[in-house]
Structure formats: structure tokens, C-alpha cells
Design a protein around this ligand. Structure first.
Ligand code: ADP
Ligand code: MG
Length: 564
């Protein structure tokens, strides 16, 4: 095991490194934020694992992140005494990109640097950002609980391969040593490093310490003392009063918890008091993560209990249709040793979840009302996910229905911008239903022959073409006292919209054409239930309709595709 081996990066890592160095060139200092963020995550993991295994503390109970620099060696070192990594973990986490959604990310790359720079922000750069300022990175790490002789040293110039060897390390945790590029000497200064830390990492809950520097009047230069001082406030951001937190601090904290590189779209920070006491700081990202549709997607809500990190991705705290929400919930009441199993059963968690959902819906309602541009952007990214909520969250169904935006024949635009309230406001006199058509593409919906009579009469119809729509609409049968009615179903009765004269005419025609419709029925046999004369069509000769209680054609297709 002690042997030194050379391993190749995953092909994607090289591609990612190249792209990153080009796109983040003018924003290099974020490397420190990323490495501090990893150190902080590692400390959180240690604290959590130590809840069930005290020995992991190894007589070193003060978690901290240490930043040091060496002018002669031209290195900057970031050290933590967190969980550390064993050899296998180093290979899995540092030599590969294990992030879910990696495939989609690389598929989305266009080769056009300007476009791709934007994508990299959404993907997150993480550890590899070290190569923005370093031409060689050495990582020495020992997993908590392993003997000092089982530490691992990883080293790479970021150019295709890396070496691994077994080394000794007395303290647990990870040191990342950056061998600076030729033009990065600016970083070899306490002043510079401290200002970057204050800018990007002030919200980190652990102390970030550096050796003190002092002016030596005799030598007439600054000298480094052995004493350390904390650079950050090291208090949980969400526990501070809102009035003391700047928008920039909220934003940086988001980037840390969400592993996102771009600013969030909106956030809410609230302390809830009463039967359950908890603080929530919840964010809506500006962009959908690549793994929004992955079953295995990670990084949701972080759960804390009285400022102590308990777990990442606490799925119980947010329903699936709000899985894109990021942030922190800190409970005052839960026990510290709460496990995922306990979470599933807990009434307290149910209450916290209910409260958090209401907060998120409130935040969205506020955007929809007061910041329509932001809401439009939100809807583009997450609308299809929100639609799932209609069937998933019965208690909040009406609130969710109000948040939904549709395409409609009002403007025939593919962009979904029509709310049910907008629709109702434009309903014709005598119209008592909300009409919709479903299809498997927007073009097919817009050109559906079922729409002809509605267009002729100037009655608006919602155009539904997202995969989730048929399912959503099966749960949304009524809104504001009005039925939602498919234009492709059953014995469509235009009700008061059709005048008496027309109705009489139709009945007569049905008789007149009985011979013809019978013949067609005979020819089609089992394939149709019935053939009849219609006035729904104005320019197409014929169309298919489903029975009032049959499933829609689209749902039928989906179920068939799923093998049902
Ligand atoms: P992310 O933090 O979004 O997972 P990174 O590229 O920053 O992505 O890090 C990749 C992984 O490497 C982390 O998820 C973690 O498992 C591991 N890692 C990085 N830095 C450390 C560290 N200081 N201590 C322990 N593990 C680390
Ligand atoms: Mg990271």
C-alpha cells in the first residue's frame, strides 16, 4: 500500500479543468471559498459521525480551519481537522467527478466558450478551483479513526494524471497545499488572504484561523507570531439577527450550502416560535441543477439542531415538488442524536416541514405578485416541478394551482405565462368551465382540431404539453368553483355558449347523416365506440375524442410507455 502510484484523471476532469481556468480567470480568488467550504463540510461530517463514535475526536475536539502561507516555498495551505479521506475516498472524490448530473453537464457543453462559462457556474467547480491559482496541488489527508501511518498524499499538476502514496500524518483531517502559479505572489500575504476570507467565507461556522502578524519596530518589518487569531465571526449566519446580515452575506452563504456558483433568485429567513422553535433560511436557486430530474439528486436542506450540523439532504424536510429549495433548518427541540429513521416518523419534523412549505409558497406568491420578471424566470426553471405539487400536496393544492402558469390560445405563446386567475378574468359570458387541451408537444396542442370551435367562438383554451400536465390535470379538476374541462373529451357541451338555434340544427343533422356515421362505424369496428356528427370542427373533417370518463390520449400513451 505504501507504493506510489500514478493514476489518470477521468477524461471529463481534464475538460472541466480547462473550461474552468478559461471561464473563471477573472474570478480566481473563489478558490479559497471552495476549499474552505470543503473543510467546513468535512468538519460537519466529523461532528455527525462522532455522535455515534466518540473515538473519532482523537483528543482533538476543537474543530477549526487553518490558513497558512510560506513566502519562500511559495505555497498557501488550507488545513482542517475534519473527517479526512481514506485512499479509496481520495480516488473517488478527488480523481473523478462523482456529482450526479455530470453526464448531462457534458452533454450540454457546446464548445462555445462564452456559453459554456455560464454552464460551469451552474455545475459548481469545487476542489478543482485550486488549479486557478496553483500549478501543483498536494493534498495530504487522514480519515478520522485510522492510524497515523494510513494517511494518503495526492498530488497533481492538473494536467491529466495524479500520484497517490501512503504517508504519515499525526492529526486527522486534510491539508491542501497550493504551489502557486508564477503570477500569484499577491496571495502570499495575510492582508490579501484575510480580505478574501472576509469577503467569501465569513458565514462559515468554524473559526478560520491564521497566525498573527505584528510589526517589529526593531527589525522594521512584519513578523509572524506563533499565536493564532480567528479571521471570521464563526457564528452561524442564520442565528444572527436579520438586520446584521448583508445581502452579500446571504448570497455567499447560499453558494456554500447549495454548492452553487451563481447567486440565488430569492431567499427567506425566519425564526419560528411557539410549539416548535426553529430557524429557517431557505433559498430558491436561479437555475435548475443538472440533476433536477435524477432520482439520486443530492444537496437539499441541511438540518441543524441548536447550531450543530446533523445531516445534509434531509429529504423529510421538503416535499419532492420543492426539491430544488436549498438552505438550512435549525431546530431548537429535536434531540441531537436524531437519525434519518427517526426523522421519518417524527411529528416535530412534520410540523417543521409543513411550516417550511408554507414559507416557500409564500415566497413564490410574493415573487408572482411583486416581482413578475423573477417569477417568470423561476417558472421557466422549475415550473414543471411545481406542477407535481398539485397531486402531491393536497393541503396546499389551491395555493399551488394559483402559482401555475400556462400557455393558452389567448396569445398562442409557448412561454407559459397565463394564470388561472387571468383565464377566469377573460371568460365569456355564460362560460362556466375552464377549457384545456393536452398534447405531447406545444405545436400539436396549438394546432389541435378540437380547438376550432373555441377559436371560432373566441373562447380561450389552455394548451398543455409538458409531460407532467396530464397527470397534474387529473388532480386539478376544479379551480375557484369552476370545472376544468378537456376539449377533447366526451359529449362536449358548450352549455350556454352554444345558442338554441345551433343545438336544434345539430340534432337534425345527426339524423340526416345517420346512414353515413353508421357506415363509418361499421368500417372502423372495435377501434371506436361511436361515430357522430360534430360542430366542434370548422376546417378539419374529423377528429378523435375520448369518452368523458376515459383517460386522456396522452396519459394513455404514457402508461403504455411505462408498460402498464
Ligand atoms: P462538492 O464539495 O460540491 O462535493 P468538491 O469538488 O468541492 O465538490 O469536493 C469533492 C469531494 O471531495 C467532496 O464532496 C468531499 O467528499 C471530498 N473532499 C474535498 N475536500 C475535502 C476535505 N477537506 N475533507 C474531506 N473531504 C473532502
Ligand atoms: Mg466543495
Amino acid at each position: 500500500e505504501a507504493h506510489k502510484e500514478t493514476l489518470g484523471f477521468q477524461a471529463e476532469v481534464k475538460q472541466l479543468l480547462n473550461l474552468m481556468i478559461h471561464s473563471l480567470y477573472s474570478n480566481k480568488e473563489i478558490f479559497l471559498r471552495e476549499l474552505i467550504s470543503n473543510a467546513s463540510d468535512a468538519a460537519d461530517k466529523l461532528r455527525f459521525e462522532a455522535l455515534s463514535d466518540d473515538a473519532l475526536w482523537e483528543n482533538d475536539p476543537e474543530l477549526r480551519i487553518r490558513i497558512a502561507f510560506d513566502k519562500d516555498a511559495r505555497t498557501v495551505t488550507i488545513s482542517d481537522n475534519g473527517i479526512g479521506m481514506n485512499r479509496q475516498e481520495v480516488i473517488e472524490h478527488i480523481g473523478t467527478i462523482a456529482k450526479s448530473g455530470t453526464r448531462q453537464f457534458f452533454d450540454a457543453l457546446s464548445g462555445d466558450q462564452a456559453k459554456d462559462s455560464h454552464l460551469i457556474g451552474q455545475f459548481g467547480v469545487g476542489f478543482y478551483s485550486a488549479f486557478l491559482v496553483a500549478d501543483k496541488v498536494t493534498l495530504i489527508t487522514r480519515r478520522a479513526g485510522l492510524g497515523a501511518e494510513h494517511a494518503v498524499q495526492w498530488e497533481s499538476a492538473g494536467e491529466g494524471d495524479y500520484t497517490l502514496e501512503t504517508v504519515e500524518k499525526s492529526g486527522r483531517g486534510t491539508d491542501v497545499i497550493l504551489h502557486l502559479r508564477a503570477d500569484e505572489d499577491e496571495l502570499l500575504s495575510s492582508y490579501k488572504l484575510q480580505s478574501i476570507i472576509r469577503k467569501y467565507s465569513d458565514h462559515i461556522t468554524l473559526p478560520i484561523v491564521m497566525k498573527k502578524e505584528e510589526w517589529d519596530a526593531e527589525k522594521k518589518e512584519t513578523v509572524v507570531r506563533d499565536e493564532e487569531e480567528a479571521i471570521n465571526q464563526a457564528s452561524a449566519l442564520w442565528a444572527r439577527p436579520k438586520s446584521e446580515i448583508t445581502p452579500e452575506q446571504y448570497e455567499e452563504f447560499y453558494k456554500h450550502v447549495a454548492h452553487d456558483y451563481e447567486a440565488p433568485l430569492a431567499y427567506i429567513h425566519a425564526k419560528v416560535e411557539g410549539k416548535q422553535e426553529y430557524t429557517q433560511l431557505l433559498y430558491i436557486p436561479a437555475h435548475a441543477p443538472f440533476d433536477l430530474w435524477d432520482r439520486e439528486q443530492r444537496h437539499g436542506i441541511k438540518l441543524y439542531v441548536r447550531r450543530v450540523f446533523i445531516m445534509d439532504d434531509a429529504k423529510q424536510l421538503m416535499p419532492t415538488y420543492l426539491r430544488f429549495v436549498r438552505g438550512v433548518i435549525d431546530s431548537n427541540d429535536l434531540p441531537l442524536n436524531v437519525s434519518r429513521e427517526i426523522l421519518q416518523e417524527s411529528k416535530d419534523i412534520e410540523a417543521i416541514r409543513g411550516g417550511s412549505v408554507k414559507k416557500v409558497l409564500g415566497m413564490l406568491e410574493d415573487l408572482a405578485q411583486n416581482q413578475t420578471e423573477k417569477y417568470t424566470a423561476f417558472w421557466k426553471e422549475f415550473g414543471r416541478v411545481i406542477k407535481e405539487g398539485v397531486g402531491e400536496d393536497f393541503a396546499n393544492k389551491d395555493r399551488i394551482a394559483k402559482l401555475i402558469r400556462f400557455s393558452s390560445t389567448h396569445n398562442d405563446s409557448e412561454e407559459q405565462g397565463v394564470s388561472l386567475a387571468d383565464y377566469i378574468g377573460r371568460m365569456k359570458e355564460g362560460q362556466d368551465a375552464i377549457y384545456f387541451v393536452t398534447a405531447d408537444s406545444f405545436a400539436a396542442a396549438k394546432n389541435s382540431p378540437h380547438l376550432e370551435i373555441f377559436r371560432a367562438k373566441g373562447v380561450e383554451v389552455l394548451l398543455l404539453a409538458d409531460r407532467v400536465d396530464e397527470w397534474m390535470i387529473s388532480h386539478l379538476t376544479e379551480f375557484d368553483g369552476k370545472k376544468l374541462q378537456s376539449v377533447a373529451k366526451g359529449d362536449l357541451d358548450l352549455g350556454k355558449l352554444a345558442d338554441e338555434e345551433e343545438k336544434k340544427e345539430q340534432a337534425q343533422e345527426a339524423d340526416a347523416f345517420k346512414e353515413l356515421t353508421d357506415k363509418i362505424k361499421e368500417a372502423l369496428g372495435e377501434q371506436v365506440k361511436e361515430v357522430r356528427i360534430t360542430h366542434r370542427l370548422t376546417s378539419s373533417p374529423a377528429c378523435l375524442v375520448a369518452g368523458e370518463h376515459d383517460m386522456g390520449a396522452n396519459l394513455e400513451r404514457l402508461l403504455k410507455a411505462a408498460g402498464q
